[in-house]
Design a protein around this ligand. Structure first.
Ligand code: TTP
Ligand code: MG
Ligand code: MG
Length: 396
């Protein structure tokens, strides 16, 4: 059955909320993020700041070298959360199935709406602007993968419609890095073989793909052709992912415990990456020989699915509670607050920015698929002694 899926993402979300509270900021290069002194990173960059090449996840110190006048504001998560809840409530009241995937992003399945996808998106876009004074970008397509990429292509303040049957043609000219699952390393390897666009990837033979990328290759090829059967689900099925081990004999050796912690983190990281998820909270669980159990958790600056980052956080927690020589019966690591991984979409990464050919291709796509509804700016305003080691993985 043909589906109509909408994807929506708020433009420069944290920055837009700050602009609502202080209109003086409008049009200025500013960011929300950690301080340069505190070795912080940027959470959100205003579009004026992006003209200098400043992006989310960039160290604030580096951003300041790109733009001396950059204004750096500390994050006010409680306020962003309130705005997010208002917008998400409107979406849930307007569509039968809504899946929120991050603080400022959601999928809507509107297959049964007689108005049609583009019209529903336009009406919601206008309503969000009128009621909440926030701009959004929308992608309309037959599946999640294509809808999400359509949103990226139209940003900011966009509405990009990919008609049924045109999924592969729409994706073809875009850089391979825009596909979930193509990280920087894979991108380099593919580029060495002349594979730069999603279309190049879709055109590769199965044997070449497997040789170049491994078993993951065929899965990528399916995506490259614009196929994605994942349903829009009301609730995220996965809220956390964890791995724990009960030892046959209690362990008191610090190196051994660290090495087990590292393995557990690797296990959780790998499963998160496989599911294309990342989490913001890292948790450890420790059980002493007398069966008393303790958990500790910490919130990260941004979601991760990287073994090393999970390990660093888990190790910090572990050091707080474990004293040298104390035997441990069970050790566990978990990551929760799951959502899509935060990453620099290749569309906006520097390498691609320097590639004029690709940028031209993206402009052409915007011209072709930006629906007649696509209007920018003002126009829309109107309107562990060792027991047999048992390892358990958990998804909850
Ligand atoms: P995004 O939607 O990725 O970014 P954005 O809304 O700032 O900009 P745009 O969508 O127009 O490209 O993320 C939503 C919010 O999540 C963002 O405003 C701040 C937060 N965030 C971080 O804290 N760290 C990050 O690395 C990213 C990407 C986002
Ligand atoms: Mg956003
Ligand atoms: Mg987002």
């Amino acid at each position: 059955m043909k589906r109509t899926i909408l994807h929506v993402d708020l433009d420069a979300f944290f920055c837009s909320v700050e602009e609502l509270r202080d209109p003086e900021l409008i049009g200025k290069p500013f960011v929300v993020g950690g301080s340069a002194e505190g070795r912080g990173v940027i959470s959100s960059a205003s579009y004026a700041a992006r003209k200098y090449g400043i992006r989310s996840a960039m160290p604030t110190a580096r951003a300041l070298t790109l733009c001396r006048d950059l204004i750096v504001l500390p994050a006010r998560h409680r306020i962003y959360g309130e705005h997010s809840r208002q917008v998400m409530k409107l979406l849930r009241d307007s569509a039968p199935v809504v899946e929120q995937i991050s603080i400022d992003e959601a999928f809507l399945d509107v297959s049964d709406d007689p108005r049609g996808g583009p019209q529903v998106a336009l009406e919601l876009k206008n309503e969000i602007r009128e009621r909440f004074k926030l701009t959004t970008s929308w992608g309309v397509a037959s599946n999640k993968l294509v809808a999400k990429i359509a949103t990226e292509v139209g940003k900011p303040d966009g509405l990009v419609v990919v008609p049924h049957g045109e999924e592969a043609a729409f994706l073809a000219p875009l850089p391979v890095g825009m596909l979930w699952g193509v990280g920087p390393k894979t991108q380099v390897r593919l580029a060495e073989h002349g594979v730069r666009t999603i279309g190049d990837l879709a055109g590769m033979s199965e044997s070449n793909l497997e040789r170049l990328i491994g078993e993951h290759g065929l899965d990528l090829a399916t995506k490259a052709k614009g196929t994605d059967e994942r349903p829009v689900t009301d609730e995220r099925e996965t809220h956390s992912m964890s791995s724990e081990r009960t030892f046959e004999l209690d362990i008191a050796d610090s190196n051994e415990l660290k090495s087990i912690l590292l393995q557990l983190c690797g296990n959780v990281g790998q499963r998160l990456r496989k599911e294309e998820l990342a989490g913001e909270t890292v948790k450890i669980k420790l059980r002493w020989p007398d069966f008393t159990t303790l958990t500790r958790q910490t919130k990260l600056e941004q979601p991760t699915n990287q073994d090393g980052e999970i390990y660093q956080a888990a190790m910090r927690l572990f050091k707080r509670v474990w004293r040298e020589g104390r035997p441990v019966r069970l050790l566990g690591v978990g990551v929760s607050d799951l959502g899509p991984p935060v990453r620099q979409l290749a569309l906006f990464s520097q390498a691609w920015e320097q590639d004029r050919r690709l940028l031209r291709a993206i402009d052409e796509i915007r011209a072709r698929y930006g629906s007649s509804a696509l209007q920018r700016g003002g126009a829309l305003k109107r309107k562990y002694k060792r027991r047999s080691s048992r390892e358990e993985n958990d998804v909850s």
